[in-house]
Design a binder for this molecule. Structure first.
Ligand SMILES: [Zn+2]
Ligand SMILES: [Zn+2]
Length: 704
């Protein structure tokens, strides 16, 4: 790639926010020395011992800044869209200049076809084979059907089939059954809409008629709410500029509400200030709190949530609500989707949340390319953290209702990462039409397929899977918007700051404990069954011994009486001889087998607290996933846990030995075996590479 001038720079120092530039005041704050690599997709820093690797995806680069030269070299401050902030000190000015130029060009391609998703190929073969799956997971018509559309009042209109009416809206629109096509063309309103065209002077007759149509669809209420998500002052200004908002005078039975969510420019500035607060070098609580307050970020999050709660509450009261803002793809998307999240338990499942994003964000044209700054457009004023706010609001709701979501915090973090990573085609393009034109379905992977392939990672262990009727009854989450309930989300905005996060995440710990309990319970069942089998075998052995003794006694008796036929004696003699040499079912071999199978399941699992680095010497930071090996119970990094194996206790019991037992016993053994088989399906469990090797060779990992 010709954009990369210097693929490798040595003796680079990586500093985090707590390191000082001179790097010699305090050893722990001096940063790490290592090598910086620039590849086609990532900027990678590897420390000198090769223990720490920092990977930064080019698409995640938000800003690159060259600071003034110090004695150590040229510091380059990098801020990422996933809120990583890092400084590299490059010894030679020339290298620094080359790196800066390359990164600047690579981070934002000029052409949308140069985005990462069009080059990305999954290394995991299984995922590769399911590449197309995620793209077919959702269908807007199916989602309409799920919520009972079309019905008597609402129909699905084909008016926008070829995106002729509105190219930022989907092809299938749900509209009031008695609305005429002309009314729709004039205002394209579907209970979420952009600003109606009613201007300063001219009334818009079609708009008024359509609102009345919508009103008439609801038999329960003779009133309709129109929620304008903008602050009233902005709407007034727009009206003066000829773009207007509705005048209440012309709309009967309609109540207008202004709910005061600021525009994208205010939000962009607010996020910038929030990140400045997160990066403060001064570690005083007052400095942080006043910077946080000054950013107004939590105030904006609160106003989005308040609007969503207002909408949801109105719907609970049986009132139809029309939501709109200036364009209908930012604040409207935020508030409608959050209101739906509060109302419908389905949207709180993994599939439902994805469906919600597909419907309210992707189908209705939230401009992901522009808002995320995927490509160089020359207009950085289009970039805004609208979707980030939606994710933040979702997290706020999760804090109040921790049992109501199927997914966990990590799901939101990874989702946030990939909205900006451009690794998947899902969030490329500004609207449905653009995504179709780009042929993303055939040219890139879907993020939903990735989530599916890693599903177990994203499950909230506290999610209450209760009966559907109970979930529906408690369906509405009555979110409390009061100020003390709105929190700063450290795990997102300070995600890459080591030391500010708990050493043990409650969610991870719960999952590990569940798994450990499962492992132990399965092992207990296994051992209990082994005991039953052994007892049966002992009984059979006793019976067998008794039979042999009996036969021997009989033949002795017969010998003494000397009245036996030669043929009969021969056959008896053979059988007695045979039985005498028969191997005992409870041999030493079997005992050692049993001991080995006991040792291949870990009784103790290492605690997260002590796990500082993997056996391969990879250093765990708080975001690195730590895995337990089910065989030895130690903690490993992802690279040391590539294998799965069937362990005794988590699999079928080995009954080969007992198969030699004679007639009466055979029936008993078979029924026992089938019972064991039914409770223990062959189920492979994760083990470390070392244990995998040992167990595959028939050795016990513990005793070795
Ligand atoms: Zn192991
Ligand atoms: Zn490792």
């Amino acid at each position: 790639m010709e954009l990369i001038r210097t693929p490798k720079v040595e003796n680079v120092k990586m500093l985090d926010r707590f390191s000082n530039l001179s790097g010699n005041a305090n050893k722990s704050n001096a940063g790490y020395l290592g090598t910086l690599y620039l590849t086609a997709t990532h900027l990678i820093f590897v420390d000198q011992e090769g223990k720490r690797e920092t990977w930064i995806l080019h698409s995640h680069l938000a800003s690159i800044e060259k600071l003034s030269i110090s004695t150590a070299g040229t510091p380059m401050h990098i801020r990422c869209k996933n809120f990583r902030s890092v400084t590299f000190v490059i010894p030679k000015e020339r290298d620094a200049h080359d790196l800066y130029t390359s990164l600047y060009q690579i981070s934002q391609p000029l052409n949308i076809d140069d985005l990462y998703c069009f080059q990305y190929t999954a290394s995991n073969e299984e995922f590769q084979s399911t590449k197309w799956k995620g793209w077919n997971k959702f269908n807007l018509l199916h989602e309409y059907e799920r919520i009972g559309l079309p019905n008597n009042e609402w129909i699905i209109s084909k008016i926008n089939e070829n995106y002729a009416v509105c190219d930022t809206y989907p092809r299938h629109l749900v509209v009031p059954a008695n609305a005429s096509d002309q009314m729709l063309r004039a205002s394209t309103s579907i209970c979420r809409c952009s600003q109606p065209l009613s201007g300063f002077k001219a009334r818009c007759v079609e708009d008024e008629a359509l609102l009345n149509c919508i009103l008439s669809t609801n038999k329960m209420s003779d009133i309709l709410y129109v929620v304008d998500t903008r602050p009233k002052i902005n709407a007034m200004a727009n009206k003066a500029a000829g773009k207007g908002y509705e005048s209440e005078v012309f709309y009967e039975n309609i109540k207008f509400y202004f709910l005061g969510i600021e525009n994208i420019h205010v939000m962009r500035g607010s996020l910038q200030k929030l990140l400045d607060a997160c990066e403060l070098k001064v570690l005083s609580i007052n400095a942080f709190l006043s910077a946080l307050e000054g950013s107004n970020w939590l105030k904006h999050i609160k106003s989005v949530l308040e609007t969503a709660v207002f909408i949801a509450q109105a719907l609970i009261d049986g009132i139809t609500v029309i939501v709109h803002c200036s364009d209908g793809w930012d604040r409207t998307a935020q508030t409608c989707s959050i209101a739906e999240l509060l109302l419908d338990p389905y949207y709180r499942t993994i599939d439902g949340f994805e469906a919600l994003i597909e419907k309210e964000w992707l189908a209705f044209g939230h401009k992901f390319t522009d808002r995320c700054g995927h490509i160089q457009t020359g207009d950085s004023k289009e970039v805004a953290p609208v979707f980030t706010q939606f994710i933040d609001c979702t997290w706020q709701i999760m804090q109040q209702f921790p049992f109501s979501f199927e997914f966990n915090e990590k799901f939101l973090l990874i989702l946030h990462d990939h909205v900006y990573s451009c690794q998947f085609g899902t969030f490329i393009g500004n609207c449905d039409k653009e995504r179709n034109d780009l042929m993303l379905k055939t040219r890139s992977y879907s993020l939903w397929a990735y989530f599916e392939s890693q599903r177990s990672e994203f499950i909230n262990p506290f999610y209450a899977t209760r009966e559907k009727s109970i979930i529906d009854a408690e369906g509405f989450l009555n979110f409390n918007c009061s100020s003390p309930c709105i929190r700063f989300w450290r795990s997102l905005y300070n995600r890459f700051d080591t030391g500010v996060h708990p050493r043990e995440s409650i969610t991870d710990l719960t999952v590990v404990t569940y798994n450990h309990i499962r492992s132990l319970e399965e092992h207990i069942t296994y051992l209990e069954q082994v005991i039953i089998v052994k007892e049966c075998m002992e009984r059979l052995q006793q019976q067998h011994d008794y039979n042999v003794a009996e036969k021997m006694r009989e033949s002795e008796k017969e010998k003494h009486e000397e009245k036996i036929d030669d043929d009969i004696r021969a056959s008896n003699g053979l059988s007695v001889e045979d039985e005498n040499t028969c191997e005992s079912p409870t041999s030493n071999d079997e005992i050692s087998n049993l001991i080995q199978s006991m040792e291949t399941v870990a009784l103790y699992w290492q605690s997260f607290r002590d796990a500082k680095e993997c056996h391969c010497s990879f250093v765990f930071d708080h975001s690195a996933r730590r895995y337990h090996c089910w065989a030895c119970g130690d903690i490993y990094c992802v690279r040391c846990m590539e294998k799965q194996i069937v362990l005794p206790g988590h699999s079928q019991i080995n009954c080969e030995k007992s198969e030699n037992i004679d007639v009466g016993g055979d029936i008993l053994q078979k029924s026992l075996k089938s019972e064991i088989h039914s409770t223990h399906q062959a189920d492979s469990v994760p083990v470390c590479n070392y244990c995998y090797k040992m167990i595959s060779q028939g050795l016990s990992p513990v005793s070795a």
